[in-house]
Design a protein around this ligand. Structure first.
Ligand SMILES: C[S@@+](CC[C@H](N)C(=O)[O-])C[C@H]1O[C@@H](n2cnc3c(N)ncnc32)[C@H](O)[C@@H]1O
Length: 245
């Protein structure tokens, strides 16, 4: 959610879109987080580029690829990557201290299947990801933007989901979670509007076993919030074509 715009890679490239799902604020980078960035970025960091990236080349193997948008401090990301060692995780956030923290966790826990980007994920999806390159998408507790006048900043809107879906392989999934009931309703409504998506549950899904409690989720629970997970699968879908006789 926040960062100092001078001490992590890729700052300059964060685009200045008019409506963004995040706010760049000053926040404190610990010396350990900064050190992790200085030493580990070349191995585990990926800079924004205006061209598609070959994810198998990036990770050095052919394996399922999961995109995570908005990993925060990265604790859940690191845990999931260890629980699912056969998958590779491209983890994106704009928050500098979180980027440093996730790199630190990667190092401390010798995790090989995460690559980190510090950039606006909307631009990354739009520019760097090839169609049908992902097996899964995780977006856990995206900023709820509670006030009505800020709802336009919410990440989960039809326009962004329409941009995301072609990146998923048929059979791939999108997993969202939120602690804000009214945003959960919006998420269900948006995902249900896509004919190429099938809900894995009647409405909200049980939390899949691979997802641990995230930092933001724990905070929400302390405030008495509920938790809603949504898991939808991309199905083979051919729009009906009308031929001209
Ligand atoms: C509310 S926090 C949740 C963090 C984490 N998933 C958790 O549950 O603890 C949302 C995160 O999304 C990030 N974020 C919001 N919009 C983003 C975007 N367009 N691209 C990348 N990260 C974004 C914010 O920086 C923040 O770290």
């Amino acid at each position: 959610m926040t960062d100092t715009p001078s001490n992590t890679p890729d700052n300059d490239a964060i685009p200045k879109r008019s409506i963004r799902s995040f706010v760049l604020r000053q926040s404190h980078m610990t010396p350990a987080q900064q050190k992790a960035i200085d030493t580990l970025w070349p191995q585990f960091g990926l800079d924004f580029q205006a061209a598609t990236v070959d994810l198998n080349t990036l990770f050095g193997r052919t394996a399922p690829k999961i995109l995570e948008i908005g990993f925060g401090m990265g604790t859940a990301t690191a845990e999931i990557a260890q629980r699912l060692p056969e998958s590779d995780f491209l983890a994106i956030d704009v928050h500098g201290p979180g980027v440093g923290n996730l790199l630190k966790l990667i190092d401390e826990q010798s995790i090989g299947n995460i690559r980190v980007m510090r950039h606006d994920a909307v631009a990354v999806v739009e520019t760097m990801l090839a169609d049908a390159s992902l097996d899964g998408i995780h977006i856990f507790f995206p900023d709820p933007w509670h006030k009505k006048r800020h709802h336009k900043r919410r990440l989960i809107q039809a326009a962004f989901v329409a941009m995301l879906l072609p990146k998923l392989k048929p059979g791939g999934y999108i997993h969202l979670a939120t602690d804000w009931e009214e945003y959960a309703v919006q998420m269900l409504d948006v995902l249900s509007g896509f004919a190429e998506l099938r809900n894995s549950a009647a409405d909200y899904a049980p939390t899949p076993a691979y997802r641990p409690e995230t930092k933001f989720e724990a905070r929400g629970k302390r405030l008495g919030h509920g938790v809603w997970d949504l898991v939808f699968e991309r199905i083979q879908y051919e729009p009906i074509k009308f031929s001209n006789f």
